[in-house]
Design a protein around this ligand. Structure first.
Ligand code: TGC
Ligand code: FAD
Length: 387
């Protein structure tokens, strides 16, 4: 019996019925709705927002949140599988779902009041309200504690001044979860589109995540009522707690991108005849393909155990760092190698490898660069902070 080249260790057999059903549903969506349009969307630098109603109808927005807030009540492994299957289509689509679910709905759920949860979460689950998450500033995203954005009390309101950079979905978002220094430490605020002094600008000329919108946010004396402040967290642990959720999903997503690239490279090298034999019949191509399968299998096992730890309530941020680092590095290396195996054909978006390779340049950078995650592990091993 031959093995499934994309699941050499039969990891599917380790999934529950519900987890398999979630994976199959999202895989079908990616095959039928995403893959036919995503190459063009990437070329055009267009986020395919026509897919939002379907993404919402499938329950992919806030899938882990309780049903009373519009969530799906799914476990962490299911959320990981959602990210993996979406990113098999494109990292931009997975980014959209990560930001909406892990970076916007999660903080409202985890740090918000009951009134705030009921006010925003159900509409975010249906895609009626789109969110963005503003932590990074232009002078240095790796060091968010150095943020310059400030919120100052003014009677029952807050006045917010500053800016944020590189914000996914920023140009279209209806609400922005933004993090600002206050006299009581870093706090989170929900800004609403149309608030006076709040403006956005799209970042153009991206060669990566072209099927995703990225922008800058500007706050010029934005008056925000106290009821829009997230009351239940203070300090950097607030935004970093959200990053744990998103980084967890990003530990799964790039597996999908890597699988898409391996799938393409296998098909291509089997039919491409050079020097009288298929490229796949050469030892060097087989070693490369085998190495990809090895790294994907390792990444799959890592992600699944990460998910099982999360579902057991035992997940440590350092474990998320290691998985995000490993699986982003695994996927970008595979995408670049697949691009090479396709020769000149690999440089066009007629094939998926270059699009995934370019996208993964962002994925390995955002949510903590590779270096940041390496230093998190280094600090854990040595007890010495090298940041
Ligand atoms: P440090 O002293 O380590 O910690 C400060 C406080 O935070 C707590 N903490 C965490 N809490 C929850 N989860 C984590 N992962 C945490 N890491 C730390 C910590 O316990 C402490 O709490 P307390 O109560 O003692 O005050 O902070 P540090 O200043 O040394 O920084 C550590 C460092 C460098 C790891 C952190 O700043 C970092 O992770 N930097 C990278 C920033 C980053 O990842 N930004 C991402 C922006 S969002 C984004 O990219 C979205 S992409 C969107 C998409 O998916 O499309
Ligand atoms: P810098 O922090 O300036 O890093 C530059 C280099 O220095 C990197 O190689 C880094 O690894 C290295 N470095 C940093 N610290 C150290 C150190 N101590 N020792 C050695 N080397 C170090 N942010 C949000 O808040 N919300 C979003 O929705 C969002 N979406 C994004 C979408 C895209 C497409 C991109 C590209 C970014 C997005 N980001 C978002 C921002 C992202 O999180 C930051 O780009 C990332 O955290 C890195 O910050 P930086 O770009 O300022 O790089």
């Amino acid at each position: 019996m031959s093995l499934n080249p994309f699941d050499l260790f039969d990891i599917r057999s380790l999934l529950s019925e519900e987890e398999r059903a979630v994976q199959a549903t999202v895989a079908r969506f990616t095959d039928t709705r995403v893959l036919p349009i995503i190459g063009d969307a990437f070329d055009e630098g267009r986020f395919p927002d026509e897919l939002i109603p379907e993404i919402a109808a499938l329950g992919l927005l806030g899938s882990s949140l309780p049903e009373q807030y519009g969530g799906g009540g799914l476990n962490a492994v299911s959320y990981g599988l959602i990210c993996q299957e979406l990113e098999r289509g494109d990292s931009g689509l997975r980014s959209f779902v990560s930001v909406q679910s892990s970076l916007c709905m999660y903080p409202i759920y985890a740090y918000g009041s009951e009134e705030q949860r009921l006010r925003w979460l159900p509409d975010m689950a249906t895609g009626k309200v789109i969110g963005c998450f503003g932590l990074t500033e232009a002078h240095g995203g790796s060091d968010p504690a150095a943020m310059k954005t400030r919120a100052v009390r003014d009677g029952g309101d807050w006045l917010i001044n500053g800016s944020k950079m590189w914000i996914t979905s920023g140009p279209v978002a209806d609400i922005a979860i933004i993090w600002a220094h206050t006299e009581d430490g870093i706090q989170g605020f929900v800004l609403e589109k149309g608030m006076a002094g709040f403006s956005t600008q799209e970042i153009k000329h991206k060669m990566s995540l072209r099927a995703s919108l990225t922008g800058a946010l500007f706050f010029d004396n934005v008056r925000v009522p106290d009821r829009n402040r997230l009351p239940n967290v203070q300090g950097l642990k607030g935004p970093l707690g959200c990053l744990n959720q998103a980084r967890y999903g990003i530990s799964w997503g790039p597996i999908g991108a890597a699988v898409a690239c391996l799938d393409e490279a296998l098909a291509y090298t089997k039919q491409r005849v050079l020097f009288g034999r298929p490229v796949a019949a050469t030892q060097s191509a087989q070693i490369k393909l085998a190495d990809m399968a090895r790294r994907i299998t390792t990444g799959q096992l890592l992600a699944l155990q990460l998910g099982r730890l999360k579902d057991a309530g035992q997940l440590q941020p350092q474990q998320v760092s290691l998985a995000k680092w490993n699986n982003c590095r695994m996927a970008i290396d595979i995408a670049r190698e697949c691009r090479d195996l396709l020769g000149g054909a690999g440089i066009t978006t007629e094939h998926v490898a270059i699009r995934h390779a370019l996208n993964l340049e962002s994925v390995i950078t955002y949510e903590g660069t590779e270096t940041v995650h390496q230093l998190v592990i280094g600090r854990e091993l040595t007890g010495i902070n090298a940041f």
